[in-house]
Design a protein around this ligand. Structure first.
Ligand SMILES: Nc1ncnc2c1ncn2[C@@H]1O[C@H](COP(=O)(O)OP(=O)(O)OP(=O)(O)O)[C@@H](O)[C@H]1O
Ligand SMILES: O=C(O)[C@@H](O)C(=O)CO
Length: 421
């Protein structure tokens, strides 16, 4: 039996919440996809299952999420958490609503919370509106996202567009009265048949109150901020564990793979270029000659063996260039061509001795992890909030999977220099 089962809709989202759970005292194991194995390590408090269900067709997202839920239930999991992006990546016809509905129905529950806030990384919710630092979500760089452009910031509206039930709000004023007030308001909203309760939060204290007030709820949904609250709440009653040692990065050659076009990744790539050898992907070669191109890039990476900092291969482009590429080659076609190039390149790199992969972008991280056939991960030390080093449970390969907008500008260098194997 274990306390918490997390179903994450992408890979960096999974390592993000796994990192917050582990750092705040839980023993965590992460699996890529629904595990085939049935034997869980002893003394596990939380199992995180990462899916690639954020932007696939919603029927597939629902089926994969239900398979994960059934696996967790079959292994005596007590509570469940659907982890999506702190920037609610989805659009009006996205998967967060359908997956939430399916999980509620399968569990026979009538209410859950919607809590994407992650104040430590600038994501806050006020009056049901999601902010990224000082900007509304819809005015932030997320409005240009290549796959899920976010043009609305109102979580109640987004949820009602995507899902089948009614949304309601617990505003900051109630949060600030403490967990009992929140509990009472949850009960009132339940009587009014409100199925999805959006919760404001602008600080970690608000997340701790959310976690305390929802301790009897079987399904929670949100970013990793509420996960932090749940872990703290759990540790206060069950004590803390730490197994970060098992996730420490291995020694061995490294590479940086950047497939995110977020504002922060653009800044990180720009900062890293003068520090290390770098290779910009040519979209035409990705579309026309993936096999030859992947072999060529692999040779280039291996040739950079003597550089102090790892070579970087990147597709990262700013909003103008991205728009131009998408108009010329199609948005889906270009993003798939890049993902497929990485899917060919990464196994070649592993065959040629690369053991540490620093990856930017959730979808890109999914491609990298799947193409390496990594099934289980131990969670190591945190590089930046929500980005830990993680280590494959069956071989000496380490990964740092960075969500698009996470990390500071010097992240790529810091991940290597401050965490020497
Ligand atoms: N130059 C480019 N032209 C077109 N598509 C691109 C380009 N660069 C990257 N992409 C695609 O954009 C998508 C970026 O998604 P990804 O999830 O990897 O990053 P992100 O959305 O910034 O990160 P996160 O999901 O963690 O916020 C990928 O499908 C990638 O292949
Ligand atoms: O919650 C976040 O912002 C991240 O974990 C994420 O999901 C981005 O892919």
């Amino acid at each position: 039996m274990f306390y918490l089962g997390v179903i994450a809709d992408d890979f960096t989202g999974a390592t993000d919440i796994a990192s917050f759970l582990a750092q705040n005292g839980m023993s965590v194991i992460q699996y890529n996809g629904v595990p085939a194995a049935n034997n869980l390590p002893p003394d596990v408090d939380a199992v995180v299952i990462s899916l690639k269900s954020r932007s696939c067709p919603s029927e597939e997202a629902v089926n994969d999420s239900l398979s994960a839920l059934r696996w967790l239930r079959a292994h005596d999991c007590q509570r469940f958490y659907f982890k999506y992006c702190s920037t609610f990546d989805s659009t009006a016809d996205g998967n967060i609503g359908p997956v939430t509905d399916a999980l509620l129905t399968e569990l026979g529950e009538s209410q859950t919370v919607i809590s994407p806030a992650l104040p430590v990384n600038g994501r806050t919710v006020y009056q049901g509106y999601l902010f990224v630092h000082q900007q509304l979500l819809s005015e932030s760089g997320m409005r240009h996202h290549p796959v899920t452009p976010m043009r609305d910031s109102q979580l109640l509206r987004l949820m009602e567009q995507q899902a089948s039930g009614r949304a309601g709000l617990i505003p900051l004023a109630t949060l600030q009265q403490g967990s009992e007030a929140v509990r009472q308001q949850l009960a009132q909203l339940r009587q009014q048949a409100v199925r999805y309760v959006v919760m404001d939060a602008v600080s970690e204290d608000d997340l701790l109150i959310q976690a305390a007030a929802t301790e009897d709820m079987r399904l929670l949904t949100g970013g990793s901020g509420l996960g932090f609250g749940v872990a703290r709440h759990f540790a206060a009653t069950h004590g803390t564990k730490s197994d970060a040692q098992r996730g420490r990065p291995v020694a061995g050659p490294a590479v940086v793979i950047s497939g995110s076009c977020s504002t922060m990744t653009n800044a990180q790539v720009a900062r890293y270029k003068p520090q290390a050898p770098h290779f910009a992907l040519d979209i035409v070669r990705c579309l026309q000659d993936r096999a030859g191109y992947a072999a060529e890039i692999c040779r280039w990476v291996v040739e950079q063996g003597n550089s102090t900092l790892a070579p970087m291969v990147y597709a990262t482009s700013d909003a103008d260039k991205l728009q131009q590429i998408q108009q010329q080659y199609g948005a889906a076609e270009s993003s798939q061509a890049i993902e497929q190039l990485f899917a060919r390149l990464v196994p070649l790199l592993a065959e040629n001795g690369i053991q540490r992969f620093i990856v930017a972008g959730g979808e890109t991280s999914g491609v990298v992890t799947q193409s390496l056939n990594i099934t289980g991960l131990h969670i190591g030390p945190t590089i930046s909030p929500g980005i830990p080093w993680v280590r494959a449970s069956d071989r000496p390969v380490s990964l740092a999977l960075k969500s698009g907008n996470f990390g500071d500008e010097n992240f790529f260098a810091r991940a290597q220099l401050e965490f020497m194997p």
